[in-house]
Write a protein that binds this ligand. Structure first.
Ligand SMILES: Cc1cc2nc3c(=O)[nH]c(=O)nc-3n(C[C@H](O)[C@H](O)[C@H](O)COP(=O)(O)OP(=O)(O)OC[C@H]3O[C@@H](n4cnc5c(N)ncnc54)[C@H](O)[C@@H]3O)c2cc1C
Length: 422
């Protein structure tokens, strides 16, 4: 980290939030407007935001991503090229939903489930007319609705009743399969942020833009000013007005409230004997219940299991605590592999994204009728206050490369709006 810009409390541009969007914007501005001073302010104690890699005890070469893990649309995902540029390794093992290895289960059941799931997603794709919620596309009494519900929560982080069909149909991560960064997606994004002048542990509380000219920025560490501000905090932070705008920006607050964060949490279980489970194989906890985990057994060969919980189940497990999440996962793994598997398992790492004080969830979904509000959220205010972050992306919302693209777009807008000689 390069530390403070050394230019005192007056900057040309202040960027709030050192996640994928804020970092991408700062790096872009450094290239296209080297004449401008930039300062990145981050309330947390690290770069990356929802991109966060931790280690696996006893295996220094294993990276566990508590947030984003997959380079979706990998061939055209900006982070893929950056990973290679900064010397990290892109692993091209296929994802489970894209030809990767899955645990084999009873053939007849699997076939029936796949038909039901396929039918559901076809109904979604062909939906026309007014927006509705994802649950409206279920067939009443279909035996596989539980599994469809589970998959829906992994995608949006919310129960089907809450999220928009139109928004779901706009999602397009771009061409290419899904790859991973061996050293971690979080490692990649924080490494990319290192050349940016940044202050960690600085919470922005108020943005005063009442008068023309410089904008006042009140933080937990004092006041500074800037010619332009880029806000990249999550929709849950904006909706809760954790940053007060003076005068208020009700369009932004209301848009953010209708694009809330869904919840997905990860639990990594250490595995005493790696050979106890197959490598890089995917397993759904239950094929009938909606409240079930999805498990990546030994991701990239690690002596670990990555459990993924989403929607109401994730909220319940966060509230009940890490031991409850561990027991839930151990029960689902025991049901498949027998009770002895429990002795192999230990708790290695766990996320609690809803409880993260400066984030408050995992990725944004649109409530029915709210998909267009992504554009309202992304629009600059008064040519001085700019917005970026995954929720601002029309079709790559909920992803780290969507966040990157909104950061670059905002940087270009800022560069265009700030004259060379103020
Ligand atoms: C469990 C999980 C799995 C995921 N899986 C994938 C995946 O496989 N692939 C993928 O592409 N995406 C995935 N995502 C989504 C991806 O991580 C996010 O979309 C992306 O990282 C969001 O970046 P951002 O810059 O928009 O926001 P953030 O990362 O939230 O950055 C905003 C930053 O602002 C800071 N901040 C907030 N308030 C303040 C304040 N008042 N003052 C100063 N700073 C503040 C926050 O601390 C944060 O660091 C996943 C997310 C989760 C949680």
């Amino acid at each position: 980290m390069s530390g403070d810009s050394g230019k005192g409390a007056d900057e040309d541009i202040v960027i709030i939030g050192a996640g994928a969007a804020g970092i991408a914007a700062a790096r872009r501005l450094q290239v296209i407007r080297p004449d401008l001073s930039i300062l990145l302010l981050e309330a947390g104690d690290r770069l990356g935001g929802r991109a966060w890699t931790v280690g696996l005890a006893g295996a220094s070469d294993m990276a566990l991503d508590l947030g984003c893990g997959w380079l979706h649309g990998a061939r055209t995902n900006a982070w893929t090229a950056i990973a290679e540029e900064v010397g990290l390794t892109v692993d091209r093992t296929p994802a489970p939903w894209n030809g990767g290895r899955r645990l084999q289960r009873d053939g007849a059941d699997i076939h029936a489930a796949q038909e039901a799931i396929g039918g559901y997603f076809e109904r979604l794709d062909s939906h026309e007319g007014d927006d509705t919620d994802l649950a409206a596309m279920l067939e009443p009494c279909n035996a596989w609705n539980g599994q469809i519900r589970a998959i829906g929560t992994y995608i949006t982080g919310a129960e089907l009743e809450r999220s928009s069909v139109v928004d779901y149909n706009r999602y397009d991560p771009g061409p290419g399969p899904d790859w991973r960064v061996r050293q971690g997606y979080g490692t990649l994004i924080s490494l990319y942020g290192r050349p940016v002048p940044a202050r960690l542990g600085v919470e922005v509380r108020r943005i005063e833009h009442r008068h023309a000219g410089r904008i006042g920025i009140e933080t937990s560490q004092g006041v500074l000013s800037a010619r332009a501000v880029l806000v990249t905090v999550s929709t849950n932070m904006l909706a809760a007005e954790k940053i007060a705008f003076d005068p208020p920006l009700p369009d932004k607050t209301e848009a953010a409230a209708r694009l809330p964060l869904g919840l997905a949490d990860k639990l990594f279980l250490g595995l005493a004997h790696p050979q106890a489970l197959p490598a890089d194989t995917h397993m759904l906890g239950s094929i009938s219940r909606g409240a079930t985990g999805t498990y990546q057994l030994r991701p990239l060969g690690a002596a670990a299991v990555e459990a993924y919980f989403a929607g109401d189940l994730a909220h319940d497990l966060e509230r009940e605590g890490r031991q409850a999440a561990f027991s839930f996962a151990a029960d689902e793994l025991s049901a498949e592999f027998g009770a002895d598997i429990r002795r192999e398992l230990s708790l290695a790492a766990i996320s609690a994204w809803a409880a993260e004080p400066y984030i408050g969830g995992s990725y944004s979904y649109a409530q029915p009728g709210a998909s267009d509000l992504r554009g309202v959220l992304a629009a600059p205010h008064d040519g001085r206050i700019f917005f970026a972050g995954e929720a601002c992306s029309h079709s790559r919302y909920s992803t780290a490369h969507g966040a990157y693209e909104t950061g670059v777009a905002a940087a270009d807008q800022i560069a265009g709006s700030l004259s060379k000689n103020p």
